[in-house]
Write a protein that binds this ligand. Structure first.
Ligand SMILES: Nc1ncnc2c1ncn2[C@@H]1O[C@H](COP(=O)(O)OP(=O)(O)OP(=O)(O)O)[C@@H](O)[C@H]1O
Length: 597
């Protein structure tokens, strides 16, 4: 909350000042009203000045209350929007794997209702001052008017304070639990929508429906608990408050009969008593504050996401795109995903990263272009450590394509152009051509101007758009993380032809499970359990049955020939330069069922 208060101090101060002003007007009114009544009862000329003062105070209270509502509403809306923008910035600036720790549904709840509740906290806090001023001022007013009636009122104050304390504590707990369960419903719903095809294929729609709605019982319990807290407060106050008012008026009436107070003073006492016992404003403000604090707690993990720091170095202008990983290690949740990776990819060459599922290929691809930082070791591009490179330079010089690309932007053309700068339309079309996407995009109703939402696409077509986006800029390093997995063999070959045309001037790091990819690359990095088992040309590695098993091809040689497999070592593995023209040595292409050259 201090951050929010610092964000719009004047606006929050205006709410507090207007609130206090309205409370002061409300506190002055009973005294002025009392004098006016006494003057009217005394006969004589009509006390116009006092009547005018009553009208003025009433108008001031109404106007200032309206200002509180308007100013408070604007303040909360602006702070909500600021909080949401900041939370989204934080999420998108953090390493993707950290942001992915939050489920979509949970994030949706945190970024919508939770931010709204948190943003309301400063206004609620500003409102507490004026809400408390009314009963305290009312009590002081009664003390100043008549001590005995004040003593009668004071007898009930401890009960009022206890009521407020219990209300604040219970509201905070109930709100926190309600928000937590609400997020879990949203999470389950988002999962089911994302996996609708799986749910349908598995015939588990009914079970899924039960799973999504299961927390509703608990949600309902917390909702009822919140209403019980409010109900108890209202119930107790509706008994306590009239009793207290009646007590004060009874004592005041006795004091009037004894001639100790005037009729006007009794009116004043009655109005002040109403202010003292009218704790609705206090409970409302405290409730808002409690909700805001609970929401602030839920937002804390989002704002605690670490954001990688950058320096502002450039890359050498004519650098070939040499990628060097030194002693790279990655540990997540206490698990070692990469260890002692030493690898040099010469500029302009193509490195295939292969290995069994879960061996760490995507993790290696992520650290290669600084989507994630390694926990140990360094990664450098053309001699410059990646954390030193300015973010816009890094994103211009390193391109990525993924297995399941997101397609942001209004149109298909926008989705391809998406990036740090806007490439010209002819570059977009050329990149789409290289990614074998131009053909199907042209067949869309409005070609490249077709809205993405109006262009139903297969997994392979989406992948081709993702590849086009990676091809559209002249990155010196291109990382394809399983980005051709959904392409048919012929289409994949066309994409590879484009990748081959980049040889010598763009470095390519290609994560793949296909034999054809390994066979086409200049060099292969074979990962096993997060470590480099071997680095070499596919033809050399092929002699190792364990390597062949990575592609689930049965061994074709007796186990004794496996001696050529490199043991895990700490040596620097340098990817071999591109092979000379002609047929590579090694396994016969016939073994490659997927069309290796
Ligand atoms: N954020 C994370 N926290 C903990 N473990 C993780 C995290 N991300 C990935 N892993 C684990 O790290 C291992 C390597 O993951 P990675 O995605 O790099 O493998 P991969 O070789 O690309 O697998 P695949 O071929 O199936 O895509 C996996 O076992 C995965 O479960």
């Amino acid at each position: 909350m201090p951050v929010l208060l610092r964000r719009r101090p004047w606006s929050v101060a205006a709410v507090a000042v207007c609130g206090v002003g309205a409370a002061l007007a409300a506190l002055a009114l009973p005294a002025v009203l009392g004098v006016t009544v006494d003057r009217l009862l005394a006969g004589g000329p009509v006390p116009w000045r006092w009547l005018a003062l009553c009208a003025l105070l009433t108008a001031a209270e109404v106007a200032l209350d309206a200002a509180v509502v308007w100013c408070g509403g604007v303040n909360s809306a602006v702070l909500t929007s600021w909080l949401r923008r900041r939370a989204v910035d934080r999420l998108l600036s953090a390493e993707p794997h950290r942001a992915q720790a939050f489920s979509r549904g949970d994030l949706t709840t945190r970024l919508t209702t939770t931010t709204g509740d948190a943003a309301g906290a400063p206004v609620a806090a500003a409102g507490v001052a004026s809400a408390v001023l009314l009963p305290v001022g009312g009590l002081v007013g009664i003390v100043l008017t008549d001590h005995w009636t004040a003593l009668a009122l004071l007898a009930g104050v401890p009960a009022l304070v206890l009521l407020l304390r219990v209300f604040t504590r219970d509201t905070a707990a109930a709100t926190r639990d309600y928000q937590r369960v609400q997020a879990s419903v949203a999470t389950r719903l988002a999962e089911a929508v994302a996996g609708a095809a799986t749910v349908r294929a598995a015939g588990t729609a009914r079970r899924e429906h039960r799973r999504i709605t299961e927390p509703l019982t608990e949600l309902g319990a917390h909702g009822r608990r919140t209403w019980r807290v409010y109900g108890r407060a209202v119930g107790l106050s509706s008994v306590l408050l009239p009793l207290l008012t009646a007590l004060v008026l009874a004592v005041g009436g006795l004091r009037l009969a004894a001639g100790a107070v005037t009729v006007g003073e009794l009116v004043t006492i009655g109005r002040y008593a109403a202010l003292v016992v009218g704790i609705g404003a206090v409970t409302g403000a405290l409730g808002g504050l409690a909700r805001g604090r609970a929401a602030g707690e839920r937002l804390r993990p989002l704002f605690a996401l670490p954001v990688p720091t950058h320096r502002d170095a450039a890359l050498p202008p004519d650098g070939p795109g040499t990628l060097v990983l030194r002693d790279v290690g990655v540990v997540r949740d206490g698990r070692r995903l990469l260890r002692d990776v030493n690898l040099t990819v010469p500029g302009g060459t193509c490195l295939a990263v292969v290995g069994r599922s879960g061996s760490g290929k995507s993790t290696l691809a992520a650290v290669a272009g600084r989507l994630a930082d390694p926990d140990e070791g360094t990664v450098a591009l053309d001699g410059v450590p990646l954390p030193d490179v300015a973010p816009h330079v890094l994103r211009r010089e390193v391109g990525y394509a993924f297995a399941r690309p997101a397609l942001p932007g209004d149109t298909v053309g926008d989705a391809i152009a998406f990036g740090v700068d806007r490439p010209p339309p002819e570059a977009v079309r050329a990149a789409a051509g290289d990614a074998a996407a131009d053909g199907f995009v042209r067949l869309l109703p409005h070609g490249y101007r077709t809205p993405v939402a109006d262009a139903p696409m297969s997994g392979g077509e989406r992948q081709r758009l993702g590849l086009a986006r990676a091809f559209v800029r002249s990155h010196r390093l291109l990382v394809l993380d399983d980005a051709t997995s959904a392409l048919d063999t012929a289409t994949e070959r066309r994409v590879w032809e484009a990748l081959d045309r980049m040889a010598g001037h763009r470095t390519r790091l290609v994560v793949a499970h296909r034999l054809s990819t390994a066979a086409r690359a200049d060099c292969v990095a074979w990962l096993e359990d997060g470590g480099l088992r071997a680095v070499g040309r596919h033809e050399e590695l092929w002699r190792d049955p364990a390597y062949r098993e990575v592609f689930q091809t049965p061994p074709t040689a007796p186990p004794s020939t496996a001696a050529s497999a490199s043991p895990p070592d700490r040596a620097d593995h340098t990817a071999a330069p591109p092979p000379p023209a002609g047929e590579p040595e090694g396994p016969p292409p016939a073994k490659d069922r997927e069309g290796a050259r």
